[in-house]
Design a protein around this ligand. Structure first.
Ligand SMILES: [Zn+2]
Length: 137
C-alpha cells in the first residue's frame, strides 16, 4: 500500500479529479478552487502531486510548447483511489446508518418515507403502499 495519507479535502478532491481523467496542473487547480470554494495556489497542490508521483500513483506528460504537464493515475493509482472511495463509502455508511429506518418491505429509508399510526403505534414505511400492504396482512 502506498504511503499516501488523505488528510484533507484538497487531497481527497485532487484524487477524485484525477480519477475522473487526465488533468492539466492548471485545470486541476481551477477545479479544486471550484469544489472547495477558495483560492488554491500551486504550492497547495504540487507537494501532494509530487508525493503521489513518488509513490507511483500518478504520472505526468509534458505537452505543448510551454511544457504544460498533464497528470494521470497509474494502474497503482487507480487501485489506490478505488480503495480510498470504498473506505470513504464505509465512513459515509457509518454516518448515515443510525438515521435509517427499515420499512417492513426491507427498504432502508434515509429521509422522507411514510409514517402512520397503526394499532396505536407509529410505524414507518418507505411509502404509503407498503403501509397499506402492512395493514392488509
Ligand atoms: Zn417499503
Amino acid at each position: 500500500m502506498a504511503d499516501v495519507k488523505i488528510t484533507n479535502m484538497l487531497k481527497f478532491y485532487t484524487l477524485c479529479l484525477l480519477a475522473a481523467g487526465t488533468k492539466h496542473g492548471y485545470d486541476l487547480i481551477k477545479e479544486l478552487e471550484e469544489k472547495l470554494g477558495r483560492k488554491i495556489s500551486a504550492s497547495n497542490v504540487y507537494p501532494f502531486l509530487s508525493n503521489l508521483r513518488k509513490n507511483k500513483l500518478i504520472r505526468f506528460d509534458k505537452v505543448g510548447k510551454r511544457d504544460k504537464k498533464t497528470y494521470y493515475l497509474t494502474s497503482e493509482g487507480k487501485k489506490f483511489t478505488t480503495q480510498m472511495f470504498s473506505k470513504f463509502g464505509d465512513l459515509i455508511n457509518a454516518a448515515v446508518e443510525p438515521r435509517l429506518r427499515t420499512c417492513p418491505c426491507g427498504c432502508r429509508v434515509y429521509s422522507g418515507g411514510y409514517s402512520e399510526k397503526i394499532r396505536g403505534k407509529i410505524m414507518h414505511f418507505c411509502c404509503s403502499h407498503c403501509a397499506k400492504m402492512f395493514k392488509s396482512k
